[in-house]
Design a protein around this ligand. Structure first.
Ligand SMILES: Nc1ncnc2c1ncn2[C@@H]1O[C@H](COP(=O)(O)OP(=O)(O)OP(=O)(O)O)[C@@H](O)[C@H]1O
Ligand SMILES: N[C@@H](CCO)C(=O)O
Length: 321
């Protein structure tokens, strides 16, 4: 359950009075997710998602995220659409937090994706990169390589209480990643958090993408690396080459990877794994008192890093020429 900010009936009713979405029938806090506070809203007009943005979302970035979702939907991508208030503005404030209502997407996320799911995700990811190619706004990735050492310092010596030797392992990764992080790769709008819980399927068909609140301007192949980490490993760190191969083939059926991107894939995957291990580690060590949230296990990504440290070529992830 990720509800960091409680919302009373009275506060929500007052908030909704600025919208033309009917009368509130019910609302419920949503269990999934760890970053923001989400409620399912059911009104006399339809179903919606109300999001109150929490610590990792800078209110100044919300126009980028909201305009991006509208831009992508206008190019046929199935993603939530911000609902504007009567004044034409989608961004509001509720219980002291920036708040937005978006359209509800049907579909379910898959907990254990198979190779077909991975292929479909690869196709959708490349489609997102293409649809975003003419988006007029930019946003730096504030969770890229430069942020990882400050994140690790925020975890501090308590890191080794989570896993013996974690500090030493992370220092080794940081040294390699800082020295070899690729620059100048083909870049543009990326999602940067396209985990299985942010992708919906109806039957075997991918039906929607959500949670664009880490979207930014960065290397397309880094987005693929994030997805390889999130979709092609077991929690114990086992990598499934058939899933990686399917995802990369799906991606390349829409957008072929350049040689530089292929060469960079192993270090991009290692960096992506470290990024999510570190944000999970900080959250694991800093659950706000009273927050209803189940933090995600950083060691799932510590175990993925064992695989990445030994990978030397994109072939290790299922890429074929
Ligand atoms: N537009 C939507 N339509 C349907 N369900 C949605 C929508 N947006 C969010 N949800 C539901 O709410 C859950 C949490 O949403 P979201 O992933 O955006 O929260 P979060 O805190 O950012 O989570 P994460 O940990 O993935 O970053 C989703 O897993 C999904 O079940
Ligand atoms: N999808 C992320 C949470 C949002 O950063 C994770 O699973 O660690």
């Amino acid at each position: 359950m990720a509800v960091y900010t409680e919302v009373s009936d009275e506060a929500l009713t007052a908030f909704l009075s600025a919208y033309e979405i009917g009368t509130l029938l019910s609302y419920k806090g949503i269990a999934e997710g760890v970053e923001n506070t989400n409620f399912f809203l059911h009104t006399t007009v339809g179903s919606y998602i109300l999001t109150l943005y929490e610590k990792r979302v800078d209110a100044g970035d919300l126009p980028f995220f909201l305009n991006l979702m509208e831009h992508l939907a206008a190019r046929g991508l199935a993603c939530p659409q911000p609902i504007a208030k009567r004044d034409g503005v989608a961004l509001g404030e509720l219980c002291g937090r920036p708040a937005v209502i978006v359209s509800f997407l049907e579909g379910v996320s898959v907990k254990r994706p198979n190779a077909d799911h991975c292929r479909a995700l690869g196709v959708a990811l490349a489609g997102l990169h293409r649809a975003g190619s003419d988006f007029g706004m930019r946003r730096a990735n504030n969770l890229s390589v430069e942020s990882w050492e400050p994140l690790f310092l925020a975890a501090g010596p308590a890191a080794d209480t989570v896993s013996v030797g974690l500090t030493e392992r992370v220092r080794g990764d940081l040294a390699v990643l800082r020295a070899g992080w690729p620059r100048g790769l083909p870049s543009g709008v990326i999602h940067a958090d396209l985990f299985t819980d942010n992708v919906f399927f109806i039957g075997d068909d991918l039906s929607g993408l959500i949670d664009f609140y880490f979207a930014c301007t960065d290397a397309f192949a880094y987005d693929l690396a994030i997805c390889l980490n999130a979709w092609c490993f077991e929690p114990d760190g086992t990598f499934f080459p058939d899933k990686g191969a399917a995802m990369i083939a799906g991606y390349q059926s829409v957008r072929r990877l350049l040689d530089d991107e292929v060469d960079a894939l192993p270090i991009l995957c290692r960096g992506a794994a470290l990024r999510f291990m570190l944000t999970r580690l900080v959250d694991w060590l800093n659950v706000p008192p009273g927050a209803l949230v189940q933090p995600k296990d950083p060691l799932e990504y510590d175990r993925r890093l064992v695989f990445h440290r030994s990978a030397t070529h994109a072939r290790d992830y299922g890429w074929v020429a």
